[in-house]
Design a protein around this ligand. Structure first.
Ligand code: PLP
Length: 384
């Protein structure tokens, strides 16, 4: 990548591989023509593979939040009781959207940095007749992954449908919507899928459509029943972002070419490398052990993380993120999603070591890099 491109180690948008850039720069295409039908079919098949979903996958022209809104307004009705796992900013957002459209929201607060406990979720679900459980799989604001299989399982036992925000992990970690019992999977283009922002995806289990037929929530642009009907003709209800769909086909080809399992193993390796480097610097990870994300690592910052983020941007052309809300200034987050490889982690580690030292926290850059390389090694050799 040329030097003037910043290295995007934020939790999205992520770096664009050359193949994706080339596809994005291709000629325009008619959105109701044969070429778009073929592209949409290819993309739908690829997304079904990533979601482990045999049902419909709708492609929407919006950022990831559009997928969340589409899921909530298409499958719920005003007054429906929903339980929302709130372990950070994105769990909170699910609750905000559901509230905005009139659902009866109960929030289950989870301490930031911790994952939701399935037993506690089961207990909460048993207290009322909940229509749905709304949760993120990967809570990007704290670097936590919830035990989604177990959460989905307790929700199904309680008769609640499962709407899951996979915006910051689809394509980077395994998702098996059918097998795990997730009714609705939401995702976005600018994270593990290596595209610019602008597309959102909603995967729907066949059985969930009955809830859409009953739904009384208002909605127009994000009406998934309309999107499903149009998909049967290889189209979308409104003009889609055609260039992004061409880019998506290229990104999905890259994932298939590398192999889904290999892509997930690479994400696990990059996560392990990042964590090891941080611990070698004597830093504390924000997420509890056992719940640490494979796509974003959150770290307690020994210096003002707003300054650290600015220093890395200005002096190293490396972009990482700070904390959001209450965590502003207190943590920093390194995204390792999409096309990220060890060389990118090592460049980030070097920049971080320099930035931390400049701001008064001495750490051993060489030890950090060694720890990163060693932690990634078992994955590279297939021994993990
Ligand atoms: N959900 C999660 C888990 C996210 O990480 C994000 C974005 O970072 C979103 C939802 C919102 O996506 P967007 O900003 O594309 O609307």
């Amino acid at each position: 990548m040329p030097d003037f491109d910043p290295l995007l180690m934020i939790p999205g948008p992520t770096n664009l591989p050359p193949e994706v850039r080339e596809a994005l720069a291709g000629p325009g295409c008619y959105h109701r023509g044969e070429q778009m039908r073929e592209l949409l079919e290819r993309c739908t098949r690829g997304l079904q593979g990533l979601m482990g979903a045999s049902g419909d996958v709708l492609t929407l022209t919006s950022s990831g939040t559009g997928a969340l809104e589409a899921a909530i307004t298409s499958f719920l009705s005003p007054g429906d009781r929903v339980l929302v796992v709130e372990a950070g900013k994105f769990g909170e957002r699910l609750g905000e959207i559901a509230t905005a459209f009139g659902a009866n929201v109960t929030s289950l607060a989870v301490e930031p940095g911790r994952a939701a406990d399935p037993q506690i979720v089961a207990d909460a679900l048993s207290e009322a007749d909940f229509r749905a459980l709304l949760t993120a799989y990967n809570e990007t604001s704290t670097g936590v992954m919830h035990p989604i299989r177990e959460l989905a399982s307790v929700a199904r036992e309680a008769g609640a449908m499962v709407i899951c925000d996979c915006v910051s992990c689809l394509g980077g970690v395994e998702v098996q919507a059918d097998a795990w019992g997730i009714d609705v999977v939401c995702a976005g283009s600018q994270k593990c899928l290596m595209l610019p922002p602008g597309l959102a995806f909603v995967g729907v289990r066949d059985e969930a459509w009955a809830a859409a037929e009953r739904s009384e929530m208002p909605g127009y642009y994000f009406d998934l029943l309309k999107a499903r009907a149009k998909l049967r003709d290889g189209q979308t209800p409104y003009t889609p972002a055609t260039t992004l769909i061409a880019g998506l086909a290229a990104a999905l080809d890259l994932i298939e070419g590398e192999g889904r399992e290999a892509v997930y193993a690479r994400h696990a390796a990059m996560a392990a490398a990042t964590r090891a480097a941080m611990e070698a610097a004597g830093l504390r990870l924000f997420a509890e052990e056992g719940a640490r994300s494979q796509t974003v690592t959150a770290v307690h910052s020994p210096v003002d993380s707003v300054k650290l983020v600015g220093y890395l941007r200005d002096e190293h052309n490396v972009l990482i993120s700070g904390g959001q809300g209450d965590l502003k200034g207190r943590i920093f987050r390194v995204g390792h999603m999409g096309a990220v490889r060890l060389q990118h982690i090592l460049r980030t580690v070097e920049a971080l070591a320099d930035g931390l030292a400049k701001l008064g926290y001495e750490c051993d850059a060489a030890a950090m890099a060694d720890a990163a390389g060693q932690a990634a090694e078992p994955y590279a050799s297939g021994a993990h």
